[in-house]
Structures are given as structure tokens and as C-alpha cells.
Design a binder for this molecule. Structure first.
Ligand code: SF4
Length: 324
């Protein structure tokens, strides 16, 4: 086992809307080792992006609050840190890239100004030194003519180039952990491939650990080592990537894989999962997946299954994982 760099324990994050509580993340546990790539997958609304924002200390941007659990980064409890210390860690030791870079890039500042600010804030460089570093890092992420690009505004760049600029800002200080939240879902397929390849190369070069959040199991199959499957705010399965695709243990994981052409076992019919994910305002009792599960029995409607070790470092939250 490698060095554990991030440990999330019993994380609970709630949003408050119209006097009602949305339990977006409801008792999440996972670990990340130095240099590992962990995929977090699940349907929209399962809590994966909320989990990422909670780890980064950014949840207050979304009218919510972390109400329980712990986030330990290199043994330090992030949820207990003063805002200033968390801001220092965010952007230098941990960073994040988002689905749509336009929401993170400032439209009225040049790319050069925005990238160089990372070096000024976190490395104490002068404007001139920081601009030189900005040109170098833009070149490293494959932006052509970076000396000219630093004078451009975000709207003048293609989606793929904007994402590269965001990646440049995120890796500028050589973070230990990069969280990438659906980093390619707004891009067309060829650009998607380029960005994923770039992330894999950078991860190797910098030696950082990466959490890749996606609903795209094809991206997971190509990019990550281990996978956490989330459903209705909780983890339902954790496995290495080949174990997950060759022998999924949770009925939800099995349904997700069966719904993607080319990912299921040879000769297996393309399937899917019946019904819709539950509303976080009205979660079912017992196993949260039971209204959609074809294997559900009486116990599933009454008792919520724990995430338990099921061999070979794998975890599964299903009463009947051995029995269906
Ligand atoms: Fe299906 Fe029951 Fe397992 Fe839930 S606990 S996934 S309902 S078999």
C-alpha cells in the first residue's frame, strides 16, 4: 500500500432550499494514495461534484454546508483549518478543474494575467517573473504560441484551449492532488482525447494524485486505476478498474456498465437501469437503490447496507452481493 495523501471519512454535505434539507453527500468515505488516479462515477445528482467541492472547501459557494465527517490531507484536518490556510493549500497543494472553464476563468482578464497570478499569489513572484512562468506552463499544456496567448481574453480561445489554460493554472504549483470535475464533457470527442492524454502525462510528470469525476465510464476505463461508484450521496462500490468492469459486484454498477455499448462482457445484452435516481429530498428507506433493483428483497427495503470489504481491497454496499 502506498502513502495515503487524502482520507475522506463520513463526509456529509447538505444544501438548504426553501426550508428543506437536501442531503447531497450523506456519509462518504474514500482514500487517495500519492500518485493514484481515482475515478468517482455515478449519475447526475449522485453527489460526486458536491463531494469534490466539499474536499476543496468550496461548498459555501453553493448555499450548502459540510455538516459532518472529516477530510484529512497529508494528515491535516482541512475542515478545521482557518480560511486563509485553506486558501493557501487550495491552488498550491490541491487544485481543481471544472467542467466549463468559462465559469472559472475571469472573462475580463487576459489569460496571461490569470495564469501569472497563481505564481504571484502562491510563489511570491514579481509580475515579470510570473508572466515568464505563465508562458512556460502554457507551453507545457500544449498551448501553441504561448507568448501571444498570454495577451488573449478567454472568449477568444476554443473550448479545448480554455480547458488547457485552466489545467495550466491548476498544475502551476505542482499540486499533490488534482480534482478534475467532468473536465471533458463539454468538449468534442477528439479534443476530449487530447485533454485526457494531457492529464495522464502531467500526472506522471508531476507525480500528483488525481480524482477524476465523470459520468462517462469509457473515460474511466481508459484513465483511472481505482473507481468509487456513488449512488444517492453514498459510495456503493469501490474497486480497481479491471475488477469493476470484469466483475461488478453492486447491481447499480452492473447496470451502469451494461448500459454502455462495448463495456459489458462479450455476448452480454446491452441493458440499463430502470427508473430514475431518487430525489435527495425524498430518499427511500433501506437500500437507496432498492426501488430500481431487480434483486431487491425484504431486507433491502428495511436495512441500509454498509460499505463492507468483499475481498481483494474491494468494497461493496449490498446485502446480497454474494448472492445474486
Ligand atoms: Fe439491490 Fe438489495 Fe443490494 Fe440494494 S441491497 S443493491 S436492493 S440487492
Amino acid at each position: 500500500m502506498g502513502e495515503r495523501i487524502l482520507a475522506v471519512r463520513g463526509l456529509k454535505t447538505h444544501y438548504y432550499i426553501g426550508g428543506r434539507v437536501i442531503k447531497a453527500v450523506d456519509g462518504l468515505d474514500f482514500d487517495l494514495e500519492r500518485g493514484e488516479t481515482l475515478g468517482i462515477v455515478g449519475e447526475s445528482g449522485c453527489g460526486k461534484s458536491t463531494a469534490a467541492l466539499s474536499v476543496m472547501g468550496l461548498i459555501s459557494l453553493r448555499a450548502g454546508r459540510v455538516v459532518g465527517g472529516q477530510v484529512l490531507f497529508k494528515g491535516k484536518s482541512l475542515l478545521a483549518l482557518p480560511g486563509e490556510e485553506m486558501r493557501r493549500i487550495r491552488g498550491s497543494e490541491m487544485s481543481m478543474i471544472f467542467q466549463e472553464p468559462m465559469t472559472s476563468l475571469n472573462p475580463v482578464l487576459t489569460i496571461g494575467r490569470q495564469v501569472s497570478e497563481v505564481f504571484m499569489v502562491h510563489k511570491g513572484m514579481s509580475r515579470r517573473e510570473a508572466l515568464d512562468e505563465a508562458v512556460k506552463i502554457l507551453s507545457q499544456v500544449g498551448i501553441p504560441a504561448p507568448g501571444q496567448m498570454i495577451r488573449e481574453y478567454p472568449h477568444r480561445l476554443s473550448g479545448g484551449m480554455r480547458q488547457r489554460a485552466m489545467i495550466a493554472m491548476a498544475i502551476a504549483c505542482g499540486p499533490d492532488v488534482l480534482i478534475a470535475d467532468e473536465p471533458t464533457s463539454e468538449l468534442d470527442v477528439t479534443v476530449q482525447d487530447q485533454v485526457l492524454r494531457l492529464l495522464r502525462e502531467l500526472k506522471e510528470r508531476i507525480g500528483m494524485a488525481m480524482v477524476l469525476i465523470t459520468h462517462d465510464l469509457g473515460v474511466v476505463a481508459e484513465t483511472v486505476q481505482n473507481v468509487l461508484v456513488m449512488y444517492a450521496g453514498r459510495a456503493v462500490e469501490y474497486s480497481d478498474v479491471s475488477g469493476l468492469f470484469n466483475e461488478p459486484m453492486h447491481p447499480y454498477t452492473k447496470g451502469l456498465i451494461a448500459s454502455v455499448p462495448g463495456l459489458g462482457k462479450a455476448g452480454e445484452k446491452l441493458g440499463g437501469i430502470k427508473g430514475e435516481p431518487p430525489s435527495p429530498l425524498d430518499l427511500p428507506g433501506g437500500c437507496r437503490f432498492h426501488p430500481r433493483c431487480e434483486h431487491a428483497r425484504e431486507i433491502c427495503r428495511i436495512h441500509e447496507p454498509e460499505l463492507v470489504r468483499v475481498g481483494d481491497g474491494r468494497l461493496c454496499a449490498c446485502h446480497l452481493y454474494n448472492d445474486w
